[in-house]
Design a protein around this ligand. Structure first.
Ligand code: PBG
Ligand code: ZN
Length: 306
């Protein structure tokens, strides 16, 4: 009765990695229980999840053509828009579809923007990212989750969407995304590791909490509908602080490394997976997140932990 924090299934978003082909279910080794799916097998898996109450998904496309200018990122025939259309055709409004908007799986160098003179070119990248966002919106995505961290992209995406009659599509900004080593396993999942340099010129410095607030509030002013903090566990202070400064919903992204650490320790019998997962999820909510993106949600619903 006096519990201050309660979790419900409708707070959770489950990430998917869609790859080319048919009938593909390929285990991602660094993330036990998570697979690469082709569109057809993904649809079947989503249907299973939906029956158990997982009604929000986030899509990452892996395996489209890579190029210097990342043109596949805004190709309406690329994996993500094609899969969004199929999901919407099958599940309609029963399924809430979020797409990751970033070009690192579409650039030959693996950076989250396009390069000029050996540096990531912010403004040129923003144009590209806005085009990618519109491409996903036109395919039927309910919400776009830009994870690139270029400056000014939220305003650019909002303007692009509104200009094309997509004003009802929401934006969940990866507002404070830290340059984190907890993304390690994801690099295998999304094939997007930079082949040179790191992401520190656009992602946040983990020593900085005040700058994180500044970044998040810029995105709020630019028109974001939800502010996301990423990763989750090492950044609970950022969630809690942000909660004091915004009236927007706060999301957190419980990332690949956080997931795989729990999975690995549980497989060894060193921790109780159910108890640790549920303690972790409550911590996110207690800190102030009302939306949680996590790879654990399928285990949680399949085993009746929630
Ligand atoms: C890239 C991206 C990353 C993640 C989501 N989008 C990795 C990175 O920035 O290097 C990480 C997600 C996870 O680890 O689960 N735009
Ligand atoms: Zn990226």
């Amino acid at each position: 009765m006096i519990a201050e924090t309660r979790l419900t299934k409708d707070m959770f978003i489950y990430p998917y990695f869609v790859v080319p082909g048919q009938g593909v279910t390929h285990a991602i080794e660094a993330m036990p229980g998570i697979n690469h799916f082709s569109t057809d097998t993904l649809l079947k898996d989503v249907e299973k999840g939906l029956k158990l109450g997982v009604n929000k998904v986030m899509l990452f496309g892996v395996g489209d053509e890579k190029s210097e200018d990342a043109h596949a990122a805004y190709d309406p025939h690329a994996l993500v828009p094609t899969t969004v259309k199929e999901l919407k055709r099958h599940f309609g409004a029963d399924l809430y579809v979020v797409t990751d908007v970033c070009v690192c799986s579409y650039t030959t160098h693996g950076h989250c923007g396009i390069m000029a003179n050996d540096e990531v070119a912010n403004d040129a990248s923003v144009d590209l990212i806005a085009k990618m966002a519109l491409n996903h919106a036109q395919a039927g995505a309910d919400m776009l989750a830009p994870s690139d961290m270029m400056d000014g992209r939220i305003a650019a995406i909002r303007a692009k969407l509104d200009g094309a009659g997509q004003e009802n599509v929401a934006i969940m900004s990866h507002a404070t995304k830290f340059a984190s080593s907890y993304y390690g396993p994801f690099r295998e999942a999304a094939d997007c590791a930079p082949n040179k340099g790191d992401r520190k010129s656009y992602q946040m410095d983990f020593r900085n909490g005040t700058e994180a607030l500044r970044e998040a509030l810029l995105d709020e002013n630019e028109g974001a509908d939800v502010l996301m903090v990423k990763p989750g566990l090492a950044y609970l202070d950022i969630i809690a602080k942000l909660k004091q400064h915004t009236h927007l919903p706060i999301a957190c992204y419980n990332v690949s490394g956080e997931y795989s650490m729990i999975k690995a320790a549980a497989q060894k019998g060193w921790i109780d997976e159910q108890k640790v997962v549920m303690e972790t999820m409550h911590a996110f909510a207690r800190a102030g997140a009302s939306i949680i993106t996590t790879y654990h949600i399928r285990d949680m619903v399949e085993n009746n932990w929630i």
